[in-house]
Design a protein around this ligand. Structure first.
Ligand SMILES: [Zn+2]
Length: 558
């Protein structure tokens, strides 16, 4: 399922109050942006001060700087919608008429919104639209003529961010005194106030617009992404952007990233070589190997090199090899002073999703995605095989308990209980893992799933993931395969690296696990805390609930 093609909530009976007189306003032409078409805003505590169950227009007080911030978004051509839970309607604390008077006052003070989406229900109603359910986000995107993945939602509590993520939209948390610390810890994107959230939305939009366009056409571009499969997959949109501006693209990757590199559209040729300043368990530096790598890179004849790295890696050692290979246009992200090693030294603030971080480097090197290509992860169709026929119909749930870094793996006993809970809820569960994870997958699958441990390579796993109704997985490669297939993710995310950078990108997601655990931001490969508490506390019932939030039902449907 691609999230931009199918909207599971379209088939449902979510009751959404929309501004009927403004239906179709989404057809208004606006400038084409790479990342977002629309900004969705929570009402109480985000746009205006939270006055519980307010039915009185006189009590409407905008938050500081709201009008100017919203006008900046309007001026940039972004459409605006309000998405708000108003359970006071269900509880009879105010009438629909009073609410409309409040909204008229909000527009008087803050300007016009292109749509208003209101959930009138209470938690007890079990509706699809009360945040953190994603129904309002789907409805707003539809009303504005776009898709959730091209929306960013700004809100003040975890419910807002949860609704955004469950629809595949971006979510910005602007905490207030009532925001709970665990909600702040779990959010991938936090801003200090509404004007700051708006400034960062506009900065990210601008950062992926090309600057420094090459003065001569690029015949051969050398792009570099070392490290593992997930790193290579999240660089895919940036590599497609470079490919759109170059006749030929050669990718230098490491041995652990090669299988993923073969799945990427836009790559014409792959060079595989380990880089001892990138690999997590490097051998000693071999001068002959470095000399031969430099010669091999020189033979590529690249007229531009774009070196992609993670925020904790350095591009500079490779830049030196590229200089020695005679490449004279080199772009990379570097906080460290690069001297004469880089022609384009790009810098990115922390917290930006890895795919956007890489896209912004491609933009700094003069490249952007071609029209019609969305900034989502994608795989080459011809590189993904057919799914084994013996797995039955699509619509199963994939549980992938392992990870190359044990700190990011789901503890086997937790995975076992998750399989049991999913099976009890009527889900068909396939348990996947690499050849070295067979003992774990066998044990986990014994609780009620099918063991596929060691049965597939990465491309085969991509085929299995593509026909899943959801994937339950930690922060590891298959999460990005799911994102590339548009398959919803229940992310058992160990907070060793920032969720905002490494969470599944532009795909409906529910995050589980303790985001404030002591391993947070340690980048540890093996868990530094006894008991692996960030994931050992995951409640299997929460995984079942997460699938419900993602509109994935048991029995193979979605
Ligand atoms: Zn509702």
């Amino acid at each position: 399922m691609r999230q931009d093609q199918e909207d599971p909530y379209q088939r449902r009976s979510a009751q959404v109050y929309a501004a009927a007189d403004r239906a179709g306003s989404g057809s208004v032409a606006s400038p084409r942006h790479v990342l977002y078409d629309a900004v969705l805003l929570d009402r109480d505590g985000t746009l205006i001060e939270d006055v519980p169950y307010n039915g009185d227009p006189e009590k409407v007080r905008p938050v500081p700087g709201a009008r100017a911030a919203l006008d900046r978004l309007r001026a940039a051509g972004l459409r605006l919608a309000v998405v708000t839970n108003q359970s006071g309607l269900a509880r009879g604390y105010f009438t629909g008429e009073q609410m409309r008077a409040v909204h008229a006052r909000v527009e008087e003070l803050l300007g016009r919104f292109d749509a208003w989406l209101v959930c009138p229900h209470d938690d007890a109603d079990g509706c699809d639209c009360r945040k953190p359910a994603p129904g309002l986000v789907y409805a707003a995107a539809r009303e504005l003529g776009t898709t959730p993945s091209r929306c960013v939602l700004v809100g003040d509590i975890g419910r807002d961010v949860g609704a955004a993520m469950a629809a595949g939209a971006a979510g910005v948390l602007v905490p207030t005194p009532v925001t709970r610390p665990e909600e702040v810890a779990a959010a991938g994107w936090v801003a200090t106030d509404l004007p700051a959230a708006v400034a960062e939305i506009l900065r990210r939009q601008q950062a992926v617009q090309p600057s420094n366009p090459p003065t001569e056409p690029v015949r051969t571009a050398l792009v570099v992404r070392s490290d593992s499969a997930g790193d290579v997959l999240v660089t895919g949109p940036a590599i497609r952007a470079v490919a759109a501006g170059a006749e030929r693209v050669v990718l230098l990757c490491g041995p652990r990233g090669r299988a993923a590199a073969k799945l990427l559209p836009g790559v014409d040729e792959i060079i595989e070589h380990p880089l001892p300043w990138i690999d997590p368990a490097p051998g000693p530096v071999d001068p002959d190997a470095m000399r031969s790598l430099s010669a091999r890179l020189g033979a590529v004849g690249a007229d531009q090199a774009v070196v992609f790295t993670s925020f904790h890696q350095s591009a500079l050692p490779l830049a030196l090899l590229l200089r020695m290979a005679g490449i004279d246009r080199i772009a990379a992200i570097s906080d460290d002073y690069p001297g004469a090693l880089l022609d384009i030294r790009h810098r990115v603030p922390v917290g930006v999703p890895e795919p956007e971080r890489a896209l912004s480097l491609a933009a700094a090197a003069g490249h952007r995605l071609p029209d019609g290509d969305e900034p989502v992860l994608r795989l080459r169709r011809d590189a993904v095989p057919s799914r084994p026929a013996d797995l039955g119909d699509p619509g199963y749930v994939v549980l992938h308990p392992g990870s190359a870094a044990s700190s990011r793996a789901c503890p086997p006993e937790v995975a076992t209980r998750i399989v049991g809970a999913l099976a009890d809820a009527g889900h068909r569960v396939l348990v996947t893992g690499g050849p070295d994870e067979r003992a774990v997958t066998a044990r986990v699958a014994a609780a009620g799933g099918t063991d596929l441990g060691g049965r597939t390579d990465l491309a085969g796993l991509a085929a299995i993931v593509a026909d899943a109704s959801a994937v339950v997985v930690g922060n590891t490669g298959p999460a990005h395969l799911a994102a590339a297939a548009g398959v919803p993710v229940v992310s058992l995310f160990a907070p060793t690296v920032p969720f905002g950078q490494w969470g599944p990108y532009r795909v409906p997601t529910v995050r589980l696990g303790d985001a404030a655990a002591p391993c947070r931001d340690t980048r540890a490969a093996s868990c530094p805390v006894p008991g692996h508490p960030c994931l050992s506390g995951v409640d299997p019932g929460d995984v079942v609930d997460a699938l419900r939030t993602l509109a994935v039902s048991g029995g193979g449907g979605r």
